[in-house]
Each structure stands twice: as C-alpha cells, then as structure tokens.
Ligand binder design. Structure first.
Ligand SMILES: Nc1nc2c(ncn2[C@@H]2O[C@H](COP(=O)(O)OP(=O)(O)OP(=O)(O)O)[C@@H](O)[C@H]2O)c(=O)[nH]1
Ligand SMILES: [Mg+2]
Length: 637
C-alpha cells in the first residue's frame, strides 16, 4: 500500500532546488522576507507533492555553506532525496557535503536532477552527467535516475516526476510498532490556537488530544497535551511515521519551545549528555581524533560535543570507530538513530554514524570486552540487541519498556526476545518487577558469593553456616538487592544450603545434624530471651533427649558461629546481650569513671552471680581493666 513519505532536496547553493520544487508543487518554499530579498534559501521550506497515489511532504533545504546545520535538521527524516546539480556548474562543495550527510543519515532512495539544462549544450550536459555518476558510484544513488531538467523550458519535469514516483514506491510501511517520536524543526503561533510546532514523525503514531513528553535541551521533561494535529494545513485524527506534522500545544509558550526539542510518547525517551556511538569519519574530511570538539546534529538538535574514541587514537577518513560523545546539552535519542558530526565552526562535516547507547555512562577506552560487545551491537538483530542492551544495563537490568529505546525494538518484540533469552538462560531475573539482566552478570555475582562463603568456612571450619548479612557486607561494593537475590537463587539451585537466616556451601560438612541445629536454635533463642540472666546448659539436658551428650559440641558451634559468647565454662550470653553489656559498661565508665562489680551489676540489672563473670569477661576482651576492686575503661591504643 502506498504511504506518505518525505522528499527532501540536497545540493549546492543556487543550483535550482527551490525553483525545481516550485515547478513540481506550485509552492515557493522561500517564505522568509530575507530569503526573497537575497534570492537564497536560509531555512527549511515545506511543500507537498502528489505523485500518482503517493503523497510526499517536501522539505527544501538551503545550499549555502553557512546553513548546512539547517540542512542537517531537515535531512534527518528523508525517505527520498532529490539531489540537485546545476548542469552549468557541476558538482560543487555543498553537492558533496550534502551528499555525504545523506549517506551518514542513512537515506536509501533518491533521484538526481541535472538542473538548468537550458543553459548548457549537449556535450556539457553529457560531461555533467558523467561527473554525477562518478560522485554517486558505490552509494545508495548508484543506480538512481539522473534527469536533465529546466524550469525555464519545462524540459525533463514529467520524467523527473516519473523517476521520483518510481524511487518512492514501496516505502516501508508506516506502522513500525514503535512509540511516537518527533524532532521539532519549527515553532510558531496560530492566532486563536497558541503555539504550533512542526516536524517529521520519526516513529510511531500520534492522535489529537494525546499527551506527549516534551524533552528540552536542558535535560528537563514535561508532559504536555497535543490539542490538535495537522497535516499539510488540514486537521487530521492522527499522524504517523514518515509524515510531516503540525501539532498544536496550547499550554506551551512560543518562546519556550523550538528546533532541537523532542516530543515523544511519555516514558519512551530519556535525555542524556553521554552517548555511545559507532562513528565513521567522512571520507574526504580530516578524520576525527580522540578528544575532538565538534557539533553533534541529532534529529533537529545541534549540540557541542567532545568525542572520545574508544578503540583507536583517531578515526581516519572513511574509517569506522566506536566512540562516546560528551555533550554540552541533553539529547533524547534511541538505538540506531543516525547523527552527523560537524566541526565547531560549522565549516565542514567531520563524520557521522549511529547511536548505540542513547543513555550512557563513561566507558573506559580500549577495554577489549566492552568493545567487542559494542562492536556486535551495531550490526545485531533485534534479539541480540535485547541481549546486548541487557548486558550493558549491568546488574540493575532492564525492562521490555526500556528496550524500545535502548535496543530499538517494539514492546512486543522486546517481550518475545526477553522470554526466549530467558528460556535459553542468556538472561536472568534481576531484582525489581519485570527486570532482567544478562546471565553473565548474575554468574559473576554467584561466583563471588560462593567464594565469600568458602572463605568464611575456611576461617571457621567448625561453624555449620554463616550469616547472610556477612556475605552481603563482604560484597558491599555490589548492590545489596542483587547479592541478596543471587543468594536466594543459589539456595533454590541447591548450591547453598539454607540454615534459617544463615547459609552454608552445599559441599560443606556441617558439624551439626539437622536435629542438632534445631536444638541449637532453641537454645540460642532461650539465651536471647534471658538477656543478662542466662540459663545453665544442664537445663537443656531434658529437652535434648538423645542429643544430650552432644550439648558441648552444640555450644561450641554456636559460639563459633557468633550466636553465643562464652563467659566462663558453663556460662554463656546471647551475642546481642554481650554487645549490650559492653555498650552499657562503656557508658557507665565514660569520662574516666570507675566502678565496682556492684555498680556494674546495678547498671545491668542482674545479680552478683552473673556480674562477676561478666566483669572478668570484659577484662579478658579488653573493654575494662581491673585495679583492686574497681574497674575503668581500658585505654585504647
Ligand atoms: N536558466 C535556468 N535558471 C534556473 C533554473 N532553475 C533555477 N534557476 C535560477 O537559479 C537561481 C537559483 O535558484 P534557486 O532555486 O533559488 O536555487 P537553490 O538551489 O534553491 O538555492 P539555495 O536554496 O540558496 O541553495 C535562480 O535565479 C533561478 O531562477 C533553470 O532550470 N534554468
Ligand atoms: Mg533554495
């Protein structure tokens, strides 16, 4: 089915672009007074061209070298390029530069018009045609029609229409399943309506009355309502990818919005000042060295950027590199989005490429593993892109919603791919609802957790298990939720053995049997409840039944595990009570105070029977020192 597309001009100044569009459409795109006075195009012009059953939004660009930035802003949405070369002048600098930009932006279809053919003889015309063929050899225009035209005589205009209709046939369907996105290229007010912005719909569909996210270059985002949607001056129900659209935003002041701002489905894009990209230095240019300052043209945005070349010292002319762009302002991009880099003075095109990470953090240069992953990312299919995006998202993982922008897939595709990658164990659950991460990250944490547990066992071979908190804190540099989830996963996989809030390695031979551990838990609980008036071990003989002979071993393990603290033979405190004792005695003796056993007994609210061994314990562990019958805090060295 025929669909609308965007037809855009390209070519050197004065080569007859605007005249040709006028002849084809009846619209004079030079609408600014200054353009009319100077006879040149300064900013983008818009028209509409009907070719058979297809209708094209036309964008006429300026050829002047000083306005290439406007050309780039328009060219970002071209489905079909009309490269204009004047037969009298031939291929000129902006013919080449515009043509480079079309290639960098990934334009795939087009036609060449050899204009002003009334002004040259047949031999010259033939020469120019050959010049053009040389220029386009090996590019998307290699097989394009080259049509001699004249707006003076009308020659070639029907042939040009036919050639454009043929080249514009079978455009990819509009319904791309992606959320709505549009880069604003113009803003104005319509009396009685308020602010109107225009742009080319880059993806998705927008209906009148919908809310969109308005992303500004300062990094802020605001939800705004689109009151009405216009196409070519008519109100319509909706606009879709590849169409020119005028959107009425009644709540937005004209001065607040303009070229370089983005409108997108709410929750789709995230503005960022760091991008990871694949970058090709322009073939005829100076190359792009590491740390080069440049201007990034993305959508209609034009932002100062510093290039960090990740896998080389520089991109030689014509060469692809992996790079990061550090920006002076925010841009809201998606995976695969094309961009152009020009030098800071706006004099030449340095290169261009595609976004790999629309929201990136600084990557270390020359890190082989990351570079290999990024290298695959540029050429990967949708499923692999989801896998790689999940890998790049790290431990925190990603959701199918995120993957729309970070992997350039639809929500339905993301859900299918995530499911299939989970089935094949390449993705794994990550903490948080609906989040998955790359299995490699989980495996790396699993390895670390198992190593920590092994170290704890080696340090205390007698302990049957170790507190999960000890494992989590040993890996304090990783997100706690991730480590906790990995421990649970290892327990489910039976690679760790659970023991209440504690865990043991699956191959660890515990000192205590399951029943002994149950008894240990009961005893420890009794000590916890008893506080500073602990029970006697022999009190558990009855409860232990057949296990009674093993009570000493159970106490030994409970102490090794840090659950009980031994004060003297047959006298134990719960670990929490022992900590509380230390805290209270420290408070009592603070500021150089001294105290007798009786004072300490009163401070703890216990009896002399326990206070004496408690004081001896405090001397032993270096909390207090004894001098006669008084104690003071030990001097800490
Ligand atoms: N003889 C002749 N002159 C032409 C033809 N087409 C355009 N011109 C003239 O060339 C001059 C430039 O034409 P424009 O259409 O403004 O050129 P442009 O490529 O749009 O220029 P910029 O937008 O400034 O880059 C004008 O004076 C036109 O009258 C043609 O087919 N034959
Ligand atoms: Mg013009």
């Amino acid at each position: 089915m025929a669909r609308d597309g965007i037809l855009g001009t390209a070519g050197h100044i004065d080569h007859g672009k605007t005249s040709l569009i006028h002849a084809l459409t009846g619209t004079d795109c030079d609408r600014l007074p200054e353009e009319r006075a100077r006879g040149i195009t300064i900013d983008l012009g818009f028209a509409r061209l009907t070719l058979g059953e297809s209708s094209f939004g036309v964008i006429d660009v300026p050829g002047h070298e000083r306005f290439v930035r406007n050309m780039v802003a328009g060219a970002t949405g071209f489905d079909l390029a009309l490269l204009v070369v004047a037969a009298d002048d031939g291929v000129m600098p902006q013919t080449r530069e515009h043509f480079d930009i079309l290639q960098l932006l990934g334009v795939r279809r087009g036609v060449v018009a050899l204009t002003k053919c009334d002004a040259v003889d047949a031999v010259t015309l033939e020469l120019r045609a050959r010049e053009v063929r040389d220029l386009v050899a090996g590019t998307f225009l290699e097989a394009a029609a080259v049509v001699p035209t004249s707006v003076r005589t009308g020659e070639g205009l029907p042939e040009l229409r036919d050639a454009l209709a043929a080249a514009g046939r079978d455009l990819p369907p509009a319904g791309d399943g992606l959320p709505f996105r549009l880069a604003v290229d113009r803003a104005f007010t319509r009396p009685g309506h308020g602010t109107v912005v225009t742009g080319t719909v880059a993806s998705g569909t927008l209906r009148a009355d919908e809310a969109v996210a308005w992303h500004r270059p300062d990094g802020t985002t605001e939800a705004v309502r689109v009151r009405s949607v216009n196409r070519h001056g008519e109100a319509v129900d909706r606009v879709e990818r590849g169409q020119r659209a005028a959107l009425n935003l009644p709540g937005v002041p004209l001065a607040a919005i303009g070229r370089g701002h983005d409108l997108a489905a709410v929750g789709y894009l995230t503005p960022s000042r760091v991008l990871t990209v694949t970058l090709r230095a322009a073939a005829g240019g100076p190359g792009v060295p590491h740390r080069r300052t440049a201007r990034l043209h993305l959508g209609t945005a034009d932002v100062q950027a510093v290039v960090s070349v990740l896998d080389a010292d520089r991109a030689e002319p014509g060469e692809w590199v992996l790079a990061q762009l550090f920006l002076a302002g925010h841009v809201a991009g998606v995976w695969g989005q094309p961009f152009v880099l020009r030098d800071s003075s706006g004099e030449r095109t340095l290169g261009g490429g595609r976004i790999l990470q629309p929201v990136a953090t600084k990557l270390r240069r020359r890190e082989a593993e990351t570079l290999a992953v990024l290298g695959q990312f540029a050429a990967a299919d949708g499923r692999d892109r989801c896998r790689i995006a999940a890998y790049l998202a790290g431990y925190g993982g990603t959701t199918p919603h995120d993957l729309r922008a970070t992997a350039g897939v639809t929500l339905a595709e993301a859900e299918t791919h995530v499911e299939s990658l989970r089935q094949s164990m390449q993705l794994a659950e990550s903490p948080g609802p609906g989040r998955t991460t790359h299995a490699a990250h989980i495996q790396a944490v699993e390895t670390k957790v198992l190593a920590v547990v092994a170290t704890l066992h080696a340090a205390q071979p007698i302990a049957s298990s170790h507190d999960r908190v000890a494992v989590v804190s040993a890996l304090g540099y990783l997100p706690e939720a991730v480590v906790t989830a990995v421990i649970e996963g290892l327990v489910r996989q039976k690679r760790l053995t659970p023991d209440g809030k504690r865990v043991a390695a699956a191959d660890h031979t515990p000192r205590l049997s399951v029943n002994q551990r149950k008894l240990r838990d009961k005893i420890v609980e009794a000590y916890r409840v008893a506080g500073f008036e602990p029970p006697e071990p022999k009190g558990f003989v009855n409860a232990a039944g057949g296990l009674a002979p093993t009570l000493p071993a159970i106490y030994e393990v409970a102490c090794a595990e840090g659950l009980l603290v031994a004060l003297s033979p047959d006298l134990y405190l719960h670990a929490a009570s022992a900590a509380e004792v230390t805290r209270r005695v420290r408070a009592l003796l603070a500021g150089g105070q001294s105290a007798t056993v009786g004072d300490i007994r009163d401070a703890l609210g216990t009896s002399r029977k326990f206070a004496v061994p408690i004081c001896e314990y405090l001397d032993r562990v270096g909390v207090t020192v004894r001098d006669g019958d008084r104690r003071t805090l030990a001097q800490r060295v």
